[in-house]
Design a binder for this molecule. Structure first.
Ligand SMILES: NC(=O)c1ccc[n+]([C@@H]2O[C@H](COP(=O)([O-])OP(=O)(O)OC[C@H]3O[C@@H](n4cnc5c(N)ncnc54)[C@H](O)[C@@H]3O)[C@@H](O)[C@H]2O)c1
Length: 259
């Protein structure tokens, strides 16, 4: 049997990148999937290629009322939401003294408040059915600091923290909440013009695997945590980063795959 047969998933930021890969994998594993994003054209175009078990929902994750409307519409179409993947995010590069308060507020509102509102929107339905899985996409930036990414780091540490709180608060209702921490993944966020040299980036940033990751590799982790195979896993954090955060890679030249 497919791993998500009979389940309905709601994936934010799903018009492209990791969200789109997650949508496609969940569909292959038997789920209905709502593709939620602010990118209406890309989201609708993706949904159009995926058949009846997928639909696009225009949603800005910062908007609490829009969340409630989106979940109602999704439930009217597919039934109760079993899986929420809070994946939508934006990034910002700049040292702390170069980061305006409004830059930080914008990122917090999308990356952290967006995930918070998503959880609030699905918790009542999941509690009523005493089941559910929430996967919050954080980052390696939620496991360590990164010079020049303070605003983004703050939001991703926040996502990691609130995931653990939610895991504790919701365990009695058999709702599991986990965070995923992708490393450098080849999506428009990291590679907007498609020119990224994967091996070069791995050398520059000392990524032990010698390459960046593919969106499907993160989607596989979301699939596992979303599925019943992870029935005793909640409050966990899973790095999908080619051993980037495992420790310090002192001499990358000694690794066979580094040219
Ligand atoms: N790509 C990487 O290297 C990397 C690394 C670590 C973590 N991540 C995280 O992975 C997740 C997916 O990112 P990605 O790499 O696929 O990037 P991406 O930029 O390709 O996708 C992000 C999606 O979020 C959507 N989005 C942005 N603001 C939104 C809003 N207000 N409401 C609804 N949707 C909104 C975008 O339209 C886009 O479709 C994000 O949480 C990101 O922070 C990415």
């Amino acid at each position: 049997m497919a791993r998500l047969e009979g389940k309905t998933a709601f994936v934010t930021g799903a018009a492209r990148g990791q969200g789109a890969a997650t949508t496609q994998l969940f569909l292959r594993e038997g789920a209905n999937v709502v593709i939620a994003d602010i990118l209406a054209e890309e989201g609708q175009a993706l949904a159009d290629t995926l058949g009846e078990k997928a639909c696009f929902c225009l949603l800005d994750v910062r908007d609490e009322d829009a969340w409630l409307r989106a979940i109602s519409a999704a439930e009217a179409r597919f039934g109760p939401i079993d899986i929420l993947v809070n994946n939508a995010a934006a990034t910002f590069y700049g040292a702390i003294e170069e980061t305006a308060k409004t830059d930080l507020e914008r990122l917090l509102s999308i990356n952290l408040i967006g995930a918070f509102l998503g959880m609030k929107a699905v918790i009542p339905g999941m509690k009523a059915r005493r089941s559910g899985s929430i996967v919050n996409i954080s980052s390696v930036n939620g496991l360590r600091g990164t010079a020049g990414m303070g605003a983004y780091d703050a939001t991703k540490w926040g996502v990691r923290g609130i995931s653990k709180t939610a895991a504790l608060e919701l365990a009695a209702w058999k709702i599991r909440v986990n965070s995923i921490h992708p490393g450098a993944i080849d999506t428009p966020m990291l590679n907007p013009d498609g020119s990224l040299d994967s091996a070069q980036m791995a050398r520059d940033y000392a990524i032990a695997f010698g390459r960046v990751g593919q969106p499907e590799e993160v989607a596989q982790a979301s699939l596992f945590l979303a599925s019943d195979e992870a029935s005793y896993i909640s409050g966990a954090e899973l790095a999908v980063d080619g051993a980037w955060t495992a420790g310090l890679l002192v001499n990358s030249q000694s690794l066979g795959h580094v040219q």
